[in-house]
Design a protein around this ligand. Structure first.
Ligand SMILES: [Zn+2]
Length: 322
């Protein structure tokens, strides 16, 4: 089996893969493209699985940072599949990538809930939460209710058996805590985008999730999301609905995007709900991976264009002043 790792990696985007294959893919990229790729374990899950991220960069520390996560909800298999598809497109296509893709420092966490992801493969296909034990029959915390901004509000449950159990306190779970720690370790304004991949429904959502309110720069977030949606439709024909989380879907406090925006000050904070719109839902056949990967890539590229533009205009302003 060791030969496989020497020769390449096992991801195919024709099937859903287990955690080891996904992490093996990251290791392969770091080994094969050491000039642009590094792998970092930012912490460990409840069951001691590595929280492994892939960093892609041209080496310029001043590039805007873009965070991408997937698999926060275990059963949403299309999410890690699309996120790894995007990583593969960026790295394998690096030489031909436009400047707005190369002038970004990418931080990609494909399986943010590795314990739950594995459990959804071995035991319960529709598992959602992490594997925190409460000493009862219903383990798990909903990681996307556990982030530390307006934690405990609408759309969350204090009942450990609930699918939307928020945990005992904000960032009680290592899977969320280490994300916040990793991002907070960078100087403020390093990250210009935080993109969280979920499924399903085909939505591009921006804060706030905790209540029926919008941010002061809502028009910027809305404009970029609509650009992405339009480009996706032009390219693959699939339609994405754009809007603020609470208004478009339902209120849910303690989400990663709200924390990214409200606490970490990251401008372009989005949750993208990948396909489909309900025919298969969480059990989307693997034959849909490629299309969702393409749509995800279009979304990411649209955001990259926006954040590199922001950076350029900021530089221009500084230059003008000096
Ligand atoms: Zn989800």
């Amino acid at each position: 089996m060791g030969f496989l790792f020497l020769l390449g990696h096992r991801l195919t985007w024709q099937a859903y893969h287990r955690l080891d294959d996904i992490h093996g893919f990251f290791d392969y990229l770091a080994k094969t493209y050491p000039d642009i790729c590094t792998v970092e374990t930012i912490g460990y899950s409840i069951q001691k699985r590595p929280l492994k991220i892939l960093k892609i960069s041209n080496g310029n520390a001043g590039n805007p940072g873009v965070w991408i996560d997937g698999g926060m909800h275990a059963r949403e298999w299309i999410s890690p599949a699309a996120v790894t598809y995007i990583a593969n497109q960026i790295v394998e296509g690096w030489d031909d990538m436009p400047a707005h893709m190369k002038n970004v420092n990418w931080h990609i966490h494909a399986v943010a809930n590795p314990d739950g992801y594995e459990y959804s493969h071995t035991t319960d296909r529709l598992w959602r939460k992490n594997m925190r034990s409460h000493g009862r029959n219903c383990p798990g915390v909903d990681l996307n209710r556990n982030f530390g901004y307006k934690w405990g509000g609408k759309g969350t449950s204090a009942n450990p058996c609930s699918q939307t159990y928020r945990g005992s306190k904000a960032f009680s779970e290592p899977e969320t805590f280490y994300i916040s720690k990793y991002i907070s370790n960078f100087p403020r304004n390093t990250f210009q985008a935080y993109l969280s991949f979920h499924s399903y429904g085909q939505y591009i959502l921006y804060p706030w999730g905790y209540d029926y309110r919008v941010t002061n720069d809502k028009s910027d977030l809305d404009r970029v999301a609509r650009q992405a949606g339009t480009t996706i439709t032009k390219s693959t024909g699939f339609k994405y609905t754009v809007g603020s989380s609470a208004t478009t879907l339902y209120p849910a406090a303690g989400g990663s995007d709200d924390w990214a925006k409200g606490f970490a000050g990251i401008k372009y904070a989005y949750t993208i709900e990948m396909g489909d719109t309900g025919r298969y839902g969480f059990v989307l056949p693997a034959s849909y991976i490629e299309q969702n990967g393409k749509d995800g890539f279009t979304f990411v590229e649209t955001v990259a264009r926006a954040v590199t533009k922001t950076k350029d205009s900021r530089r221009r302003k500084i230059r003008r002043r000096s």
